[in-house]
Design a protein around this ligand. Structure first.
Ligand code: ATP
Ligand code: MG
Length: 438
């Protein structure tokens, strides 16, 4: 296997994949560590758990995984102490790391329902009010609300009283109107046993479970619309994923490989590290074309793909394969064909999109930011030498008979040996790609 750390030039679109840091920002963590961060500038990213709150005795495992993921996603700018307290995770953010960067990175963390960038203040009404008034300064909002949570019920005022008193001060100072139902600005106050936190603006988290908690799996990434969404959905359930892409280069252009790279890099932002296997499939296809009648070709392509993907996935410790299949979407995805095809896999198959229609998948791909890359023109390997009317109802007996002519194990081994492996890393790789392009 060839280990190629960076196969493709990023053609200046590395920035699309992530937030690149300027050189000032990259040296900032060191500067922050050297300076004494005053209480005034201290900030915490406070994330509130999504499903993790429902976990019982082994909740700590989920929290520990999330902490590791936090350190990974902030690897290039650093973060300070991380502490879990009740339903929330508190992460100290170095002074020099801009809010926008914190937002962008925090939104990549599966396991959080929502998050704020909060400032710590003494547990005194006056200090809390002062900070809330400061936090609302500069906001363009016309309406607001205060949302107080008392983790420590010994605080002399209850949440509604705090909302009212602090809200009145903010309204008087900035001329804002209170809107409890649909405010343009939410100021969050949290009162813990030793400190209070105040934040302006609450952001939606990525939800789900921390990446890595559910083990590892391999996604068959086609370069189309569906498979990146499938990958995202399974990462959101806590799976660390690697990618396998089959291409027919040099029979067709290398466009699908470049798309697969871009999509894998985009998705890797959610998990920190992954591997992309680029599998040259043209030789297998030639053999299938030479020896198989047209209608069965797609089914045979797919079965070979699953055998090869299973072999690659096992090497990297994956426990399952993931595809973007959706029932009835194309000829290879009838129930009969999916059943015949999956029998060639030697790992369990996960199909998170099986009950979704194309419109639903497109909406999710747009939200995920993969749609624009997915629709770039390419030629998928499975579209080569395919008949206008492929078999939709393949019989396993006919398939086995057709496959009897192939040296299956040797073909799989030869293809795996020619596979290019690319290691992807976020955020370090993006910083390197930016440096390379300078
Ligand atoms: P996508 O489903 O990603 O939009 P597509 O619609 O072109 O691409 P299908 O023909 O629907 O792909 O294939 C179903 C699934 O098979 C894909 O979602 C993907 O998981 C897998 N697959 C198809 N082609 C490839 C390929 N060239 N490399 C890796 N996996 C593939
Ligand atoms: Mg599809």
């Amino acid at each position: 296997m060839i280990i190629a750390p960076r196969l493709f030039q990023r053609k200046g679109n590395a920035g699309k994949l992530s937030c690149q840091m300027s050189m000032d920002e990259q040296t900032a963590p060191r500067a922050a560590a050297n300076s004494v961060v005053s209480a005034k500038t201290r900030r915490y990213l406070i994330g509130r758990y999504h499903e993790i709150v429902l976990k019982g005795g082994n909740r700590w495992r989920f929290v520990e995984q999330l902490k590791r993921n936090v350190r990974s996603v902030f690897a290039d700018c650093g973060c300070g102490r991380i502490r879990s307290e009740g339903p929330r995770l508190m992460i100290e953010i170095p002074a020099a790391v801009p809010d926008a960067l914190v937002h962008e990175r925090a939104a990549l963390l599966f396991g959080l329902q929502n998050f704020t960038i909060s400032r710590p203040v003494p547990r005194e009404l006056e200090a809390i009010t002062r900070e809330a008034v400061t936090a609302a300064r500069g906001s363009r909002a016309r309406t607001f609300r205060i949302t107080t949570k008392r983790a420590d019920k010994r605080f002399p005022l209850n949440s509604m009283e705090i909302d009212r008193i602090v809200g009145a001060a903010v309204a008087a100072e900035h001329g804002l109107t209170v809107d409890l139902n649909d405010p343009e600005l939410t100021i969050t106050i949290e009162i813990l046993p030793d400190v209070a936190f105040v934040a302006a603006g609450k952001h939606a988290g990525a939800g789900g479970l921390p990446v890595g908690i559910s083990g590892r799996a391999t996604v068959l990434l086609s370069g189309g619309i569906d498979s990146p969404v499938a990958a995202y959905r399974m990462m959101r359930r806590g799976l660390q994923v690697d990618f396998v892409h089959f291409h027919s280069h040099p029979l067709v252009s290398s466009a699908s490989r470049e798309k697969a790279y871009d999509l894998a890099a985009h998705l890797t932002r959610y998990e920190g590290r992954s591997r992309l296997a680029l599998v040259p499939f043209a030789d297998v296809q030639r053999e299938i074309v030479a020896r198989t009648l047209r209608p069965l070709r797609v089914v045979l392509y797919r079965r070979f793909m699953l055998r090869i993907a299973s072999a690659i996935a096992r090497r990297s410790g994956s426990a399952a394969l993931i595809t973007g299949e959706s029932l009835g979407q194309v000829a290879s995805q009838t129930l009969t064909n999916m059943t015949v095809i999956e029998q060639a896999a030697t790992l369990p198959m996960l199909r998170p999109l099986v009950g979704m229609d194309k419109n639903e998948i497109v909406i999710e791909a747009r939200r995920l930011g993969t749609f624009e890359t997915s629709i770039l023109p390419d030629q998928d390997c499975c579209s080569l030498f395919v008949p206008a009317h492929p078999e939709t109802n393949a019989r396993i007996e006919a398939v086995m008979e057709a496959e009897a002519q192939f040296e299956i194990e040797a073909m799989v081994a030869a293809t795996v040996a020619k596979t290019e492996m690319i290691e992807l890393e976020f955020p370090q790789q993006v910083a390197r790609a930016a440096a390379d392009s300078r």
